[in-house]
Design a protein around this ligand. Structure first.
Ligand code: C2E
Ligand code: MG
Ligand code: MG
Ligand code: MG
Length: 278
């Protein structure tokens, strides 16, 4: 009987694996089409200050597939990166994002920043900086360009650091501000943030989850905030889910707080309705 079970186990395992591989393949094949058929959407999540006033937003992509339903970026971005579609996809998102921001500015919206996630592979793609420069010039006045923030993750630090430094400084030179996303989960030290000339750091949600009842996390978070603020870096707290978390963190007067406590990422229409007066 144990044998039979074991065999079933194997069969089940193989089936689950096959489904996973199949789904990955399907996603891989459909991504191009999704781009062509405009099934990729940009959503916006508000960033609030300690007084719960809107200071900015983060663009988060969504794939609304007629067959698969809504697919989250944690699933399709890694696939897009491994196949290289991320270049085309990233350019599309960047274009859409800057265009939308330009529309808001022209209607008098006064948010301080507009953040876009950029993957490592995109960053290293030849001609990326030129492309960004073209789009910045196409859509934004010089005075508004510093409001564009590129969120990069600590995984850039696993790459050739000379090359990373060069690309990031080129982006800074055309007016882009830089944010270190998911800070604390990976390789970075505060020292790197200075070498890379980063403007902002986003403290990862994992440190916020247990902020209320973990002394270690409290020390960790408040220390990071203090050092970052002393270096003149903006601090954004990610993954604020409860009033209690917000109340405890608001006293540190971080540049922004972001999370489901305020709002989940919203479609453009919803975001405009709830947060902007156009
Ligand atoms: P991220 O940049 O760290 O974005 C934060 C993620 O946490 C988002 O997930 C957001 O919806 C979610 N989140 C925000 N507040 C809360 C909260 O209070 N509780 C919980 N449980 N989650 C919260 P999302 O949209 O699924 O994106 C996942 C990741 O995919 C992003 O992490 C980012 O690394 C990547 N990503 C998203 N859009 C893009 C894109 O256009 N380009 C690139 N390269 N990456 C993207
Ligand atoms: Mg981000
Ligand atoms: Mg993050
Ligand atoms: Mg993340």
């Amino acid at each position: 009987e144990a044998k039979a079970l074991g065999r079933d186990g194997v069969i089940l395992f193989n089936r689950a694996l096959a489904n996973r591989v199949e789904r990955k393949l399907l996603i891989e094949q459909s991504l191009h089409l999704a781009l062509k058929e405009n099934n990729l959407e940009i959503y916006f999540q508000p960033q609030m200050d300690m007084n719960q006033q809107l200071v900015g937003c983060e663009v988060l992509s969504r794939w609304e597939d007629p067959e698969f339903g809504v697919i989250c970026p944690n699933e399709f971005i890694p696939i897009a990166e491994s196949t290289g579609v991320i270049i085309e996809l990233g350019e599309y998102i960047l274009d859409r994002s800057l265009k939308t921001f330009q529309e808001w500015l022209s209607k008098g919206v006064e948010i301080k920043q507009f953040s876009i996630n950029i993957s490592v592979r995109q960053l290293f793609y030849m001609g990326f900086v030129n492309k960004v420069d073209q789009l910045m010039q196409k859509y934004l006045d010089e005075k508004d360009r510093h409001k564009i923030v590129f969120e990069i993750t600590e995984s850039v630090l696993a790459e050739d650091i000379t090359k990373v430094t060069k690309i990031l400084s080129e982006l800074k030179a055309i007016g882009i501000s830089l944010s270190m996303d998911d800070f604390g989960t990976g390789y970075s030290s505060l020292n790197y943030l200075r070498t890379l000339n980063v403007d902002e750091l986003k403290i990862d949600k994992t440190f916020i989850d247990h902020f209320n009842d973990s002394d270690t996390d409290q020390v960790m978070v408040t220390t990071i905030i203090a050092i970052a603020q002393n270096f003149g870096l903006k601090v954004v707290i990610e993954g604020v889910e409860t009033q209690e978390q917000f109340d405890l963190l608001a006293i540190y007067d971080c540049f922004a707080y972001q999370g489901f406590y305020f709002s989940k990422p919203l479609s453009q229409k919803e975001f405009e309705k709830n947060y902007l007066t156009l």
